[in-house]
Design a protein around this ligand. Structure first.
Ligand code: PRP
Ligand code: URA
Length: 214
């Protein structure tokens, strides 16, 4: 589903995604279930987001005869979680696309300024030819997503998509302003940010809920 006021955003409204998202939001959901649900939602999102991947013809032998099939064309898809919370989306997608490569971008949001602070960057080579999926459950002010995509592009990435579980209007607009060529996919577009930059209604601090820290 797309929204005319957010042309870069696609909302993934599959009933299973929405059902699991409600469980994820619930403050009673413990870390173990939160981790499982985040992975499952990411997997369902990836299934939808990959529906336009280009295919190429291949010839194979079944046990009975020679035949033609298709395979996903091009270099291996590359998942790039933004540390830490993006890690919670990797495993689910990797179950669907086991051959995916994984890069990592280390960023945390300064609690006072809400500005992203970077501390790690490592992605596979062949950047120009790869399709990148940047992963982070939360798109709040958009500072982290904008910085992560900027770093990827600086390294040579040309085909980038951003997948999050919950987006705030501010974050989607920040991505549109900084990276109009990067589609944003989310399970939900929430109402607003609070004075601490948390998404409302949101799901709280995704990293803390995933890893049991606080
Ligand atoms: C959270 C979240 C995003 C960022 C979103 O990370 O996982 O990376 O905040 O906020 P923004 O859109 O305003 O930049 P956090 O800084 O809490 O780090 P963590 O994942 O290590 O907990
Ligand atoms: N980061 C989070 O983990 N949650 C929010 O609501 C906003 C940023």
């Amino acid at each position: 589903m797309s929204r005319p006021d957010f042309p870069n955003l696609t909302l993934l409204t599959h009933p299973l995604i929405q059902h699991k998202l409600t469980l994820l939001r619930d403050k009673r959901t413990p870390t173990k279930d939160f981790k499982q649900l985040a992975g499952e939602i990411a997997m369902l999102m990836a299934y939808e987001v990959t529906n336009d991947l280009p295919l190429e013809a291949v010839e194979i032998d079944t046990p009975l005869e020679h035949t033609r099939g298709v395979q996903v064309a091009g270099k291996k898809l590359t998942l790039v979680p933004i540390l830490r919370a993006g890690l919670g989306m990797v495993e689910g997608i990797a179950q669907l696309i086991p051959s995916a490569r994984v890069g990592h971008i280390g960023l945390y949001r300064d609690h006072d300024t809400l500005q992203p602070v970077d501390y790690y960057f490592k992605i596979p080579s062949g950047e120009q030819d790869r399709a990148f999926f940047v992963l982070d459950p939360m798109l709040a002010t958009g500072g982290s997503a904008v910085a992560a995509v900027k770093a990827l592009k600086k390294a040579g990435a040309a085909r980038v998509r951003f997948l999050c579980l919950v987006a705030a209007p501010e974050g989607v607009k920040a991505m549109l302003a900084a990276h109009p060529d990067v589609p944003v996919y989310a399970a939900a577009l929430d109402r607003q940010l609070n004075e601490h930059g948390y998404i409302l209604p949101g799901l709280g601090d995704a990293g803390d809920r995933l890893f049991g820290t606080r």
